[in-house]
Design a protein around this ligand. Structure first.
Ligand SMILES: NC(=O)C1=CN([C@@H]2O[C@H](COP(=O)(O)OP(=O)(O)OC[C@H]3O[C@@H](n4cnc5c(N)ncnc54)[C@H](OP(=O)(O)O)[C@@H]3O)[C@@H](O)[C@H]2O)C=CC1
Ligand SMILES: O=C(O)[C@@H]1CCC=N1
Length: 272
């Protein structure tokens, strides 16, 4: 991986995940700076990874080549407009924020800088992340390669062809860990309602999920419907459960929820 000086503006969960992935994969910690208003998260990152920290975004940017915008979407405008008070010439920007498109981000930054949008997810914390990336045609291949490699340090990464596809990445991978957690919560709660204790029901759902996820990843040549069919014995218990999901339109429910996430991402570009 190329070695460039990276500044993270905002030292929250996603920044911690990416820094951890970078350092664990051998990236020099002295090339990484994190900036955050409160010191606690910075102290933890400095202690754990030996990176540089500051509470001054301008300082972080001045010292770096690649600037990762990692604040919440509602703070992005304020943070970028403040950064725009200093010279940003020659910097490459990376956004991990949901729902703010490139045009809007460049408008906030007040110039046409190389910008790559990325959409990671929280499993990045365990180096099991999934990141979608989009760059406009004007972005250099070497900048794209650098950012792709950075996000690959916390899991899998994939380019999407058009910017609107980032919203599909949000609905499919960025937000989806929460859908799976909700599904597991519902299963755990029902197992408990049926009389199972909390720890046993948690163990059952988490290990079943892990095993199912591993089966999906180890059988990429098999359709998901085939994996499902392998569990579903004719006239058996699974068939009854699946029939119940289907008669309650699970597929439509999932599509509706993903559409709601996409719609919110589209609104956020207008709102923030
Ligand atoms: N969480 C997720 O699953 C995913 C999140 N994202 C995106 O990642 C971005 C960050 O999310 P996440 O890491 O979860 O959020 P966090 O709230 O964990 O992190 C945001 C950080 O920004 C800091 N911050 C606030 N104001 C400023 C400022 N003026 N300058 C610099 N830093 C500031 C906050 O500091 P303090 O707490 O001290 O106020 C906080 O540490 C968001 O835009 C989100 O859309 C993308 C994919 C997945
Ligand atoms: O909920 C959100 O807006 C962010 C983006 C994807 C996951 N969390």
């Amino acid at each position: 991986m190329q070695q460039r000086r990276i500044a993270f503006i905002g030292a929250g969960n996603m920044t911690a995940a990416i820094i951890s992935g970078l350092v664990n994969s051998g990236y020099p910690s002295n090339l990484i700076t994190a900036s955050n208003p409160s010191p606690q998260k910075l102290d933890k990152l400095a202690e754990r990874h030996g990176i540089n920290t500051t509470q001054d975004n301008h300082h972080a940017v001045a010292e770096s080549d690649v600037i990762v915008l990692a604040v919440k979407p509602q703070l992005m405008e304020q943070v970028c407009q403040d950064l725009a008070k200093q010279s940003l010439a020659g910097k490459v920007f990376v956004s991990i924020a949901a729902g703010i498109n490139s045009e809007r981000l460049l408008d906030m930054l007040g110039g046409h800088y190389p910008l790559i949008r990325t959409m990671p997810n929280t499993p990045s914390l365990l180096s099991k992340g999934m990141t979608g990336l989009f760059a406009q045609d004007s972005v250099d291949e070497s900048d794209k390669t650098f950012v792709f490699d950075m996000m690959s340090s916390v899991g899998e990464a994939i380019w999407v062809k058009k910017e609107s596809d980032i919203d599909i990445v949000i609905a499919t991978a960025g937000s989806s860990p929460a859908y799976f957690f909700l599904f597991l919560e519902a299963m755990q709660n029902h197992a408990m309602a049926l009389g199972m204790d909390k720890n046993t029901s948690r163990k059952l759902v988490q290990q079943a999920m892990l095993g199912a996820a591993e089966m999906v990843c180890h059988n990429e040549d098999l359709e998901l419907s085939e994996l499902r069919a392998q569990v579903t014995s004719k006239g058996g218990t699974t068939a009854k459960a699946i029939e119940s999901f289907q008669s309650d339109q699970l597929t439509d429910l999932v599509a509706k929820a993903m559409d709601a996430a996409i719609k919110r991402a589209q609104q956020m570009t207008q709102q923030f």
